[in-house]
Design a protein around this ligand. Structure first.
Ligand code: PEP
Ligand code: MG
Length: 551
């Protein structure tokens, strides 16, 4: 038996083949070709595969987000067969008698540079498309599957770690669980796993060897263990645990349709966090009463160029309409730090978590902000949309955001486009600064939502991505809980509601503390809704204490 110990970040026991995430090799070298005709045939094959993939993507996009989104993939398909582009590849092959990967890479670089040097901003932006198309052809040449998983059956996905943009592109139907060498409980892989309701382990370290590819493995997302060739005793324990979990799931089903209220009548708004419109199904299945955090970054991370107003509008409208009048809090763009987007062309920062990220980018780039706000306000005509700004530290930032909202509403008014002028505006409390000035901030907005992932990171000066900080990264630290209480008191003094949308919100052991503090809303992964509801319904709010705030 081989036991690899990591940290459990999403509960559940599962069994499946280990499959190591395939990442394209960016280091393509020139090699002499032994058979030029064979290289040309490989190119034709990779082009055909790319065309098939792009046609399917365009169709999927048309169904989900309308014609405008589909155009992007149709443009990419045109590039795949573009005469000049293909001629350039052929010329290199003939002249250099080399491997086709090198010829494709060279053509991609040359064409991207050519577009980037053009005067017209639209043409410059096409450089990103050329890079994307080139990478697609290269992936097909190198046998790298779309979505990183080349398997007919679902697998346990193993990786060193996954970038947010990589997790977005994964074919979720093929994943039974995750195991990563690095990462942390707050990493995007962990958040995705909890949204999907599948087990995940991070921090497995070097013990997770690529030679295990294809071996049957068991993962236990509670204890954080990955097991190969379990002995009889371990196997029996895993099976038993799995059965108990299934039984628990069945029991929790009875919680559906029940109110989120304590025995002494305190109501809690139990909402969900989502990362893309696809996740709405999970919210509805798990009976979430609203969406407390829709991370809009997915639109930017999954694209090769700035998503247009219409693309964004379609995505927000879809979620707002699907939630059928229930509140949908959409957070404006929160990129930077660990979520990098190439076409934003951001300067490299020494300390990106404290750099130009989230609202700072939006306030620095009013056009990007305006496009998103227009899409959000347009979507507000189709459901109960609320807008939330991330990484706020100062009152002037909120005022600037509100001015941008006013401007957008005036534009829509003048254009006769419907929107809801009473759309709620809220901010994330995720910096210590926002806690200290929460009284002033509360007078500016309709609600607060505490991002405990970042609040813990900034309060305790602990990198949320690092997995070796161990006990130093402690979201239960009295400083974090006191910050929650300070923000709640400020919110209530100003008559606004406050929720938690960081991962801590789903921590059942803290529910009595949240009730004692007076938190009004918890926004959690869809699969955490029913367990929390069961606990809320067993609680007596007035007997809950603030003892965890003591040092
Ligand atoms: C947080 O910081 O707690 C949060 C919810 O935002 P994100 O995890 O997307 O930074
Ligand atoms: Mg955050």
């Amino acid at each position: 038996m081989i036991l690899i110990q990591g940290k459990g970040v999403s509960k559940g026991v599962t069994k499946g083949k280990l499959y190591f995430f395939q990442r394209p090799d960016t280091n393509i070298e020139k090699k002499p070709a032994t058979d030029l005709e064979a290289e040309k045939a490989r190119l034709a094959d990779a082009q055909a595969k790319s065309m098939d993939q792009l046609t399917a993507l365009a169709e999927k996009c048309r169904e989900e987000a309308g014609d405008e989104s589909a155009v992007l993939f149709e443009t990419h398909a045109m590039f795949v067969e573009d005469d000049d582009y293909v001629e350039s590849i052929m010329d290199t092959l003939e002249e250099e008698q080399c491997n086709v990967e090198y010829a494709v890479k060279l053509a991609g670089e040359q064409f991207a540079a050519m577009f980037a040097a053009m005067d017209d901003a639209y043409m410059q932006a096409r450089a990103a498309d050329i890079k994307d198309v080139t990478q697609r052809i290269l992936n097909n040449l190198m046998g790298i599957a779309e979505g990183g998983i080349d398997s007919d059956e679902p697998v346990i996905l193993a990786a060193d770690d996954l970038a947010p943009s990589e997790t977005l592109q994964l074919d979720k139907s093929k994943i039974l669980g995750f195991v990563t060498m690095g990462g942390s409980g707050n990493s995007h892989t962990a958040i995705l796993a909890r949204t999907m309701g599948i087990p995940a382990i991070c921090g497995a370290g070097e013990a997770l060897k690529e030679t295990y590819q294809g071996r049957i493995a068991y993962i236990d997302g509670e204890t954080g263990s990955l097991i190969l060739d379990p002995d009889d005793l371990t196997l029996a324990a895993l099976k038993d645990k799995h059965e108990k979990q299934q039984e628990m799931k069945r029991l929790l089903e009875t919680m559906k349709g029940q109110e989120d209220i304590t025995l002494d009548g305190r109501k809690m708004m139990l909402y969900c966090n989502i990362g893309s419109p696809e996740d709405v199904d999970a919210v509805i299945t798990n009976d979430g009463q609203g969406i407390g955090l829709f991370r809009s970054e997915f639109l930017y991370l999954a694209a090769s160029d700035y998503p247009t107003e219409d693309e964004q509008f379609e995505a927000y409208k879809k979620v707002a309409a699907a939630m059928n009048g229930k509140r949908v809090v959409i957070r404006t763009l929160d990129i930077g730090a660990d979520k990098q987007v190439a076409y934003f062309d951001m300067k490299k920062e020494e300390n990106p978590a404290m750099g130009v990220r989230a609202i700072r980018i939006c306030l620095n780039r009013p056009e990007v902000f305006r496009t998103q706000l227009r899409a959000l306000y347009r979507a507000s005509a189709y459901g109960k949309v609320a807008i939330m700004f991330p990484m706020i530290t100062s009152v002037w930032e909120v005022r600037e955001c509100k001015r941008a909202c006013q401007k957008v509403m005036a534009e829509l008014e003048a254009e006769g486009i419907p929107y809801n002028k009473d759309t709620e505006i809220g901010i994330m409390i995720e910096t210590p600064s926002s806690v200290f000035v929460a009284d002033a901030l509360a007078k500016e907005v309709d609600f607060f939502s505490v991002g405990t992932n970042d609040l813990t990171q900034y309060t305790l000066a602990c990198d949320r991505q690092a997995n070796d900080l161990g006990k130093f990264f402690d979201p239960h630290h009295p400083a974090v809980l006191r910050a929650l209480k300070m923000a709640t008191d400020a919110a209530h003094a100003a008559g606004i509601w406050i929720g938690i949308c960081g991962e801590l919100g789903a921590d059942i052991s803290l529910l009595p503390t949240f009730l004692a503090i007076g938190i009004d809303e918890l926004s959690v992964s869809p699969t955490s809704v029913l367990p929390l509801r069961a606990e809320i319904r067993k609680s007596i709010a007035k007997t809950c204490t603030l003892e965890k705030l003591e040092c």
